[in-house]
Write a protein that binds this ligand. Structure first.
Ligand code: ASP
Length: 446
């Protein structure tokens, strides 16, 4: 029998998880059963993905740079990547702002709903912790991000998943220095990183074998942990605007793929879909990164020279979905709480949401922390922040899941565009987890 393709397996896992979670909300012991006995398997899966993220960035970026025939090409790739990331993010925020201004989801929301949402969430620790986190991040100077990018201890950086930019900095430094000592002297180190890279990609294949079961656990847990369904329904119009915006972004990527890279966008979506489905299930582009890298390199044919830089950088600084959401959420809150927004304020949103997307961590809920900074930049009263966030908190998790899909798809699209522009978009070369399995069973030659 032909094996079902991975994205179908994951999709079935997700649907069963949703259904199971839904049924469990009707059973007395259902919630705690899912949280205690099902969710840990999802958490283990996410941990496994995070476990290999740093070794993968290290090995693949060193490999990517040391394969370069010409160092100046790296500068080329770097500048293009950052430039395109900024453009796509500005397009995303603009789409969000146009939609929210035309459809005005905040106008129809009743006083009663606002009161209920405020009572339920304004003092919720989820909301207050986001405001505290934002004020911590805001207190830094304008060049803080540059300072933060440079590690003072390589091993410290490698030991901390949230210091991804530091790891990228160290690895680029290492890779360039390897090029500069000449091929012959760098050979042993290059061989080591090449092999490490192959091994980590194999680990991705192995982890992905459990993906359909893991997404079942993750989604069942999302359902049993979600808030009051009535409040979710009250926010349907706002959530709808965000989802329509995110959908338009995917359409935009498809156009870019079709027009610039001359590839079939449906093929692109199909090949990238396991990464998108994991983005949805984990709400974290950082956790999804190993899978995104594997799909883009092996299934789409982007050369490692490009993907090893574009994707890890993208996971940390390029968040089109998050910035679109921030634009919509900021204006929605202003509309609902009768806070007037001038054109200047909306332009400020574009700028701060752009910076916020660079500064947001690639983890669940990070976009909401940066939303606080966006709201403050337009002069939103500090004492109303908690109320503002309370308005959107109930639907934040599902929207986070959706915007993470866009974050990941945006990175993959840009990697294709950059690869095409430097002649590094080749043919796919898929490796399965068991390609060399037989070799491990054969008796070794004496
Ligand atoms: N969860 C998103 C990500 O990891 C960030 C956010 O929008 O909260 O890409």
């Amino acid at each position: 029998m032909r094996k079902l393709e991975l994205h179908w397996q994951i999709l079935i896992g997700m649907l069963c998880g949703l259904l199971f979670g839904f049924v469990m909300t009707y059973v007395d012991w259902g919630r705690s059963f899912v949280q205690d006995w099902i969710n840990p398997f999802g958490t283990i899966f996410v941990k496994l993905l995070k476990l290999i993220a740093i070794p993968l960035i290290l090995a693949s970026l060193v490999k990517g740079i040391s394969d370069l025939k010409d160092i100046s090409r790296f500068r080329n790739i770097g500048l293009r990547t950052i430039g395109i990331y900024i453009v796509t993010t500005i397009i995303a925020i603009t789409i969000g702002l146009v939609l929210v201004n035309i459809l005005q989801p905040g106008e129809g929301i009743s006083e009663d709903t606002i009161t209920r949402l405020t009572e339920t969430y304004a003092s919720d620790s989820g909301v207050t912790s986001k405001i505290e986190e934002a004020s911590r991040q805001k207190d830094s100077g304008p060049l803080q991000f540059l300072e933060d990018m440079v590690p003072d201890n390589a091993f410290n950086a490698l030991a901390n998943n949230s210091l991804m930019l530091q790891v990228i900095f160290f690895t680029i430094f290492l890779g360039i220095s390897m090029l500069l000592i000449g091929e012959k002297r760098a050979k042993p180190l290059k061989k080591f990183f090449d092999a490490l890279n192959d091994v980590v990609l194999k680990m991705v294949d192995l982890i992905m074998l459990s993906a359909p079961y893991a997404v079942f656990a993750l989604l069942a847990n999302v359902v049993v942990s979600s808030g009051d369904p009535d409040l979710l329904v009250a926010l349907l119009k706002y959530a709808g605007v965000v989802v329509v915006g995110l959908f338009l972004m995917i359409v935009f990527y498809c156009f870019i793929v079709a027009i610039y890279t001359k590839k079939n966008p449906f093929w692109f979506l199909k090949e990238i879909s396991p990464a998108q489905l994991l983005a949805f299930s984990t709400s974290s582009s950082a956790a999804t990164l190993p899978v995104t890298m594997e799909r883009v390199e092996e299934h789409i044919g982007v050369d490692k020279e490009v993907s090893s830089f574009v994707l890890p950088v993208g996971a940390t600084i390029n968040m089109d979905g998050t910035s679109l959401y921030q634009g919509v959420a900021a204006v929605f809150i202003a509309q609902a709480l009768d806070f007037d927004l001038s054109l200047g304020a909306q332009l400020t949103i574009v700028l701060t949401a752009l910076l916020a997307s660079i500064g947001s961590a690639a983890v669940p809920g990070a976009g909401m922390v940066m939303l606080v900074i966006v709201l403050e930049s337009i002069g939103f009263p500090a004492d109303k922040l908690a109320i503002g966030l309370a308005l959107i908190f109930a639907v934040d998790r599902p929207l986070d899941m959706c915007r993470t899909i866009v974050n990941v798809t945006g990175d993959a699209t840009v990697s294709m565009v950059v690869a095409k522009s430097v002649g590094k978009l080749g043919e796919p070369h898929v490796e399965e987890w068991d390609d060399f399995y037989e070799e491990t069973k054969r008796p070794k030659n004496k």
